[in-house]
Design a protein around this ligand. Sequence first.
Ligand SMILES: Nc1ncnc2c1ncn2[C@@H]1O[C@H](COP(=O)(O)OP(=O)(O)OP(=O)(O)O)[C@@H](O)[C@H]1O
Ligand SMILES: [Mg+2]
Length: 490
Amino acid sequence: MFSRYKKNTTATPKVTTLPPKGAAPAAAPAHPPAQAAPAEPPKPVSLRRPTKAQPATAAPMDKEAKRRERIGELKLELHRELLDSLNLAALENATESDLRAEINAITDEVLSQKNVVLNRDDRSTLNKELFDEVKGLGPLETLLQDETVNDILVNGPKQIFVERAGKLQLTNVTFKDEKHLMRIIDKIVSAVGRRVDESNPYVDARLQDGSRFNAMVPPIAVDGSLVSIRKFKKDKLGIDDLVAFGAFSEEMAAYLQAAVSTRLNVIVSGGTGSGKTTTLNALSSFIADDERILTIEDTAELQLQQTHVGRMESRPPNVEGKGEVSPRDCLKNALRMRPDRIIVGETRGEEVIDMLQAMNTGHDGSMTTIHANNPRDGISRLENMVAMAGIEMPLKAVRSQISSAVNLLVQASRLQDGSRRMTSITEITGMEGDVISMQEIFRFQRVGLTPDNKIIGHFTATGVRSHFSERFRLWGYDLPTSLFEPVAAE
Ligand SMILES: Nc1ncnc2c1ncn2[C@@H]1O[C@H](COP(=O)(O)OP(=O)(O)OP(=O)(O)O)[C@@H](O)[C@H]1O
Ligand SMILES: [Mg+2]
């Protein structure tokens, strides 16, 4: 088919076959051959770069794939054998080494029965996979144990992606089939007393290690179950790590320390997976140890370092639609629990009302995250949430409530090269007429791209003096004026 943008791959008609200009037409055949057609007008040059169609395929070569398949079949058979010969009740209490020994013995027996010889590596892989199957989460186990993996994303049994350093990669890990995948999903959700099936096709849960888990099963998931896991990091990235990674600058860290210590209300805004929770967690390290902190989350992810922390996890309704404890319920209750600070993992619904009220009425120093792509959007998002919570309030009143509740918006972003950075720190300074006035204090200034598409840029102050300078000074955080001076581009 002819496409204006398609690359011209067919040979261009040879100019020599055309009659010379002005020459009398030769006795042309009744049906001239196609190549003798008059020259096409030159094709417009595409302004776009050619896009490389890069099918996401895993690396394994044919031979390797076959080998894996053979081991997969063996594993299945061995697994069946194992389930027959193991006493599942005793399994619960078996020590890891006992179970491994048992598995080794059964593998040896079956392999010799079948006259199959495996090399030492294949054999230990097989034993490990069997162990993971019986005790852990099957094929996912290796990825869960891989420290470099942040997210695990399963699109049906044969396609598992991981996120490493902000980039998605297809792995060669697969499930045998949808049934196998469902078995693992069931194992996870039944461990937390939940169920997932056709009538209840999606579920949130927390894995034993604290990782956040979400699954959606067919028929809603069309090509097989969809699973997303946000791995739990035992050692959450702290302020120093984030500064070292280039997520923000030392100057920004000093400013944020003053902001959190002097109890400004902070909202971390950002897209999905942009590092909001990580930033919130890092910011919380600036809270003094003698404060009573209450945290409210859908899935407990925050790891606060302070001594006096009360953690709450909201609960969705059960199969009969009962038993829900919404974030708003938790928040209302938290206000009766004498908190010094309230941290809400993510504000996405009607709890926004109580959050704003809490921030306005004595629980300053509270923090939360919202989904938004820039600080201005963040404010609109808050306004929309208030409107959707069914509160009949004039827009100006909503805005004035927001402007007096929120002091600081911290923008987290995942940039196109996979790096996560704090791209803006913006203060809310009040209202000007009907509009909330804001001033950006720090930002990430992009300069360009390296040949391998890494972003070049630097953090800089905008030169605007902080609205809270006086407050910082009174609380003993005398930030030098040089902190707020813009950094010249190198
Ligand atoms: N600056 C950073 N450098 C490297 N990795 C980071 C950085 N910030 C966050 N991460 C990693 O990125 C992943 C996502 O971070 P996080 O959970 O904080 O994102 P989020 O915005 O809260 O995501 P979600 O929208 O799903 O709640 C985590 O595994 C985290 O460890
Ligand atoms: Mg989060």
